[in-house]
Design a protein around this ligand. Structure first.
Ligand SMILES: Cc1cc2nc3c(=O)[nH]c(=O)nc-3n(C[C@H](O)[C@H](O)[C@H](O)COP(=O)(O)OP(=O)(O)OC[C@H]3O[C@@H](n4cnc5c(N)ncnc54)[C@H](O)[C@@H]3O)c2cc1C
Length: 172
């Protein structure tokens, strides 16, 4: 038996007819009794958005330079009806809660549209979003690895590009 994290693979279409054989095997049930005991459930109160279920995600990275600048991402996401994601350094710096982190040690997402803003495209980040249907990267470094997997790339200063896109969306 093997398991994978949600959204690591796209769902396959059901190929009917499907015939399987159930083989019942006797086993020692006592040997499989769990030694784990649930003591308590503590809800993550910072979790406001289910990133894994969002169709559109706008993620911000270290290119934002300081925590206040995450507002640019929030405004852009609000105009698009998108969820807000993040790379790990922004979480480590305390700019945004862990529940927004995308990547190997964060969430694996597969939205229809993933917009990476000021994110370089480290393997650990890409492991969490590279199966997205459409990836847009906004970065001022044309050699940033994120452009290798981006469907569309915008080479430019995020502090100019993002407000312009947000304004355009607001204008309808
Ligand atoms: C075991 C392990 C697990 C990890 N897990 C994760 C994980 O789950 N998720 C994750 O994201 N990372 C993870 N990392 C960290 C990862 O290796 C990278 O360090 C991280 O993804 C880099 O984040 P970043 O792209 O935001 O920052 P950077 O790599 O610093 O990139 C910032 C980018 O912003 C661009 N930029 C700067 N200024 C501007 C501007 N004004 N306009 C436009 N672009 C600009 C730069 O050109 C640069 O490409 C992990 C690392 C390890 C070792």
């Amino acid at each position: 038996m093997s398991t994978v994290r949600p959204r690591v693979f796209k769902k396959n279409l059901l190929q009917a007819p499907h015939a399987g054989q159930i083989i019942k095997v006797d086993f020692n049930k006592a040997a499989l009794t769990s030694k784990t005991k649930l003591l308590n459930f503590v809800a993550d109160l910072t979790e406001k958005v289910k990133l894994e279920e969002a169709d559109i995600i706008v993620s911000g990275g270290r290119g934002l330079a300081k925590p206040e600048n995450f507002q640019l991402i929030r405004d852009f996401a609000a105009a698009l009806g998108a969820a807000v994601g993040s790379s790990r350094p922004c979480v480590d710096e305390g700019w945004i809660p862990y529940s927004h982190q995308v990547g190997q040690t964060g969430k694996t997402v597969c939205p229809k549209l993933y917009i990476a803003v000021g994110i370089s495209g480290a393997v650990q980040h890409m492991a969490g979003m590279q199966t997205s249907d459409c990836i847009v990267a906004i970065n001022d470094d044309p050699s940033a690895p994120i452009f290798q997997i981006a469907t569309y790339g915008i080479v430019g200063d995020l502090f100019k590009v993002v407000p312009a896109l947000t304004q355009q969306l607001k204008n309808g």
